[in-house]
Design a protein around this ligand. Structure first.
Ligand code: DAH
Length: 342
């Protein structure tokens, strides 16, 4: 009986091991002490019937009390381990996470916003206009001759005898000039439509950003400096630009602006067709006839205007070879340009 009490005393010491035990060690201890056949305490309890009544009472009381203490300690440790693993809440915190989908802005939307932001710093406000226009706004007030090919149903989407999907954002120049007296400085982003094939460099629907500045004393110098400043802010501070003479009915003189190819730096590559340059916009000094058509005194006011294609600009910046990539909405393509939510 003394031996049994001594054994119980030693066993009691083992209680201290439990709060530090990990899962594996806890199971081992449980088997060693409370195991159904060979457990140390189980065997002590099993020996009770062979003792005399007085010893049975003494040893039995301590052994049962110790058994309860072990059970409580094991249960507490098990709970603590489960809680640490999150199993209590049904979560397995060790499981690899699933990547969360994050919404983002389309590359072209990001480019439109970025361009408008640069012009906002230069004093331009954002304006919009309708996508369905009549011929006066889309063509005639912009000084197009009556026989211009763009008026042909072959080239433009007509939805009625004098109603068409706008072929450019320039009609919003007219709407702005009719509505607001100068000084005017606006940028006009929007969707436009043309009967073009859907191929690597054309889409029947695309975006434009129109710009218009009209005030007293605006010169060709303001025009060139504003657009060159834009190009250097949008691309890089040392980007070279050049203006080439061109023709548009609503500007005189007219020019196209090229920027140094962003892919090869100007030495020539397939993207710039070995020229080292990329055309990014059409522009010019507002034709006096346009001002007159809108009731703005062309003797007193002058201005400049431009129109650019954000898809083209996005393509030239990132070396995207096919405009259709911007319309197919393949997330693997778009997520390369994941932008912040608006
Ligand atoms: N509207 C022209 C186009 O779609 C682009 C353009 C050229 C706009 C010159 C302008 C400009 O405002 O001055 O091709």
């Amino acid at each position: 009986m003394r031996d049994l009490l001594a054994a119980l005393g030693e066993l009691r010491e083992r209680l201290k091991e439990i709060p530090q035990a990990d899962e594996r060690r806890l199971q081992d201890l449980k088997t060693e002490i409370l195991g159904r056949k060979a457990g140390t305490l189980t065997q002590i309890l099993g020996a009770l019937p062979r003792l005399d009544p007085a010893s049975k009472k003494e040893v039995g009381a301590s052994a049962n009390a110790l058994k309860r203490e072990f059970e409580t300690a094991f249960a507490a440790r098990e709970r603590a381990l489960k809680h640490a693993a999150g199993v209590v809440t049904g979560l397995d915190l060790t499981m690899p996470g699933r990547a969360a989908w994050r919404a983002g802005l389309h590359l072209v939307t990001q480019v439109v916003d970025e361009i408008c932001d640069i012009f906002r710093e230069l004093g331009f406000t954002r304006a919009v206009g309708p996508e369905v226009e009549n011929e006066r706004y889309n063509f005639f007030a912009l000084n197009f001759p009556r026989d211009h090919p763009a008026l042909d149903a072959q080239d433009s989407f007509y939805v009625g005898p004098d109603l068409l999907l706008r072929t450019h954002t320039s009609p919003v120049q007219i709407r702005t000039l009719e509505r607001y007296p100068p000084p005017i400085r606006v940028v006009i982003p929007g969707q436009v439509y043309r009967r073009d094939p859907f191929d690597a460099s054309h889409s029947p629907v695309f975006q434009q950003i129109e710009g218009l500045a009209v005030d007293e004393g605006i010169t060709f110098v303001d025009f060139k400096a504003t657009l060159a400043t834009f190009a250097r802010r949008f691309f890089t501070a040392d980007t070279r630009v050049r203006f080439r003479p061109s023709f548009f009915p609503f500007t005189e003189p007219s020019a196209e602006m090229d920027v140094q190819c962003q892919i090869c730096g100007g030495v020539g590559c397939p993207t710039c067709k070995q020229t080292g340059w990329m055309e990014i916009l059409g522009s010019g000094m507002v034709h006096p006839a346009v001002l007159d058509n809108c009731g703005v005194d062309s003797e007193r006011f002058t201005g400049f205007a431009w129109g650019m294609g954000p898809e083209r600009i996005a393509m030239s910046r990132h070396g995207i070879p096919d405009i259709r990539l911007l319309f197919e909405n393949d997330v693997r393509f778009l997520s390369q340009f994941a932008g912040g939510a608006r």
